[in-house]
Design a protein around this ligand. Structure first.
Ligand SMILES: Cc1ncc(C[n+]2csc(CCOP(=O)(O)OP(=O)(O)O)c2C)c(N)n1
Length: 359
């Protein structure tokens, strides 16, 4: 089962700075002083809308998959919405870049990419963001600085490190947010990337989305060190242990991480403790965990319900929230109609976009 929050226990394990000042938890201290981003009502409504958009989009994607309209694999992000929304709302989409694995629809939506183009990619249509040739796992948008969508577990970590190298080399002021899972975190290439990123002080935020499972394997069965934010210690990368089910906590942690990275200090490793409600992919019956476990997370830690509770407590009228829910449903319905009704790529498209340039 996933951890639900970073915090007190971990703070107690604070280490003293070593001989030249490295402190694994130096950023955690800054984060602990004020855990919640002071969002205005409008900002919080925007975060709420984005999370609802991801949730409704993913539900619809699951339905289209069930109808046989989505080819290949499809990994849903339901439950993890606060991570992509909280982190990416802190980025500058004009200069920062994002890269992730195959559970990628939410990250694209959080970066403002048109849901119609993402849904049409799922159904393999010409109008899709990757012209219908990438599908669920391999979407890409240079225009939006979104570099995939990668089906090979962990492969995006060295690629994200390379993107960060490019940001530094070009002096464009950008930061690369590189997402990967708790399972991917056990791969060797991740640590080669950590070493280079730290050595060269690259502008990269490594984000481990710890959703408790890698396919059917619980974290405790696969990882010797389950506190993932500590995994950068050997490379002198400070860690942040964050409750990934609380969008305001995620956003606040992003502020701390980005401030550190943008000042040229090198990478940060963030562990976002979260949970996926659905199976690993659409073909997973999820027999490795109990219904009660999932139910408890939904009832007690749901990020959308949490944001809604906060909005209501602030006195935002319920009608305004309901209006957002309604508008968001309409956006998703429109995206699904578009994705079902737009044409497939022409046969000759099989031979295009294989290489970037002609040879
Ligand atoms: C190199 C490689 N090995 C194995 C797989 C099969 N595989 C796909 S997803 C996955 C689990 C990854 O789990 P995690 O990194 O925790 O991400 P999550 O699915 O939880 O988001 C595995 C083993 C793969 N795609 N690539």
């Amino acid at each position: 089962m996933a951890k639900t929050s970073g915090g007190a226990a971990a703070a107690a394990a604070q280490t003293e700075p070593d001989d030249d000042g490295f402190q694994l938890r130096s950023l955690q201290e800054a984060h602990s002083t004020s855990r919640h981003y002071p969002a205005s009502d409008d900002e919080l409504l925007r975060f709420y809308q984005q999370m609802v958009l991801i949730r409704r989009f993913e539900e619809k994607a699951g339905q289209l998959y069930g109808l046989g309209l989505v080819g290949g694999f499809c990994h849903l992000y339901i439950g993890q919405e606060a991570v992509a929304v909280g982190l990416q709302s802190a980025l500058d989409p004009d200069k920062d870049s994002v890269i992730t694995g195959y559970r990628d629809h939410g990250h694209m939506l959080a970066y403002g990419i048109d849901p119609k183009l993402i849904m049409a990619e799922l159904t393999g249509r010409q109008a899709g963001i990757s012209k219908g040739k990438g599908g669920s796992m391999h979407m890409f948008s240079l225009e939006h600085h979104f570099y995939g969508g990668h089906g090979i577990v962990g492969a995006q970590v060295p690629l994200g490190t390379g993107l960060a190298f490019a940001h530094k080399y070009r002096e464009d002021g950008g930061v690369c947010m590189t997402y990967f899972g708790d399972g991917a975190a056990n791969q060797g290439q991740v640590y080669e990337s950590f070493n280079m990123a730290s050595l060269w002080k690259l502008p990269v935020v490594f984000v481990i989305e710890n959703n408790g499972y890698a396919m059917g394997t619980a974290v405790k069965r696969s990882s010797a060190e389950t506190e993932f934010y500590r995994r950068g210690t050997a490379f002198r990368i400070p860690g942040l242990d964050v409750n990934g089910m609380d969008v305001l906590e995620v956003r606040q942690a992003a502020e701390v991480a980005l401030d550190f990275v943008r000042k040229g200090n090198g990478p940060v490793l963030m562990e976002l403790n979260t949970y996926r409600y659905r199976g690993h992919s659409m073909s997973d019956p999820a027999k490795y965990r109990s219904r009660e476990e999932v139910q408890e997370m939904r009832e007690k830690h749901d990020p959308i319900e949490g944001a809604k509770t906060e909005l209501l407590a602030r006195g935002v009228p319920e009608e305004r929230i309901k209006e957002i829910d309604k508008q968001t449903r309409a956006i998703v319905t429109e995206a699904a109609d578009f994705a079902e009704n737009s044409p497939e790529p022409a046969l000759e498209q099989l031979y295009t976009d294989v290489l970037v340039e002609s040879y």
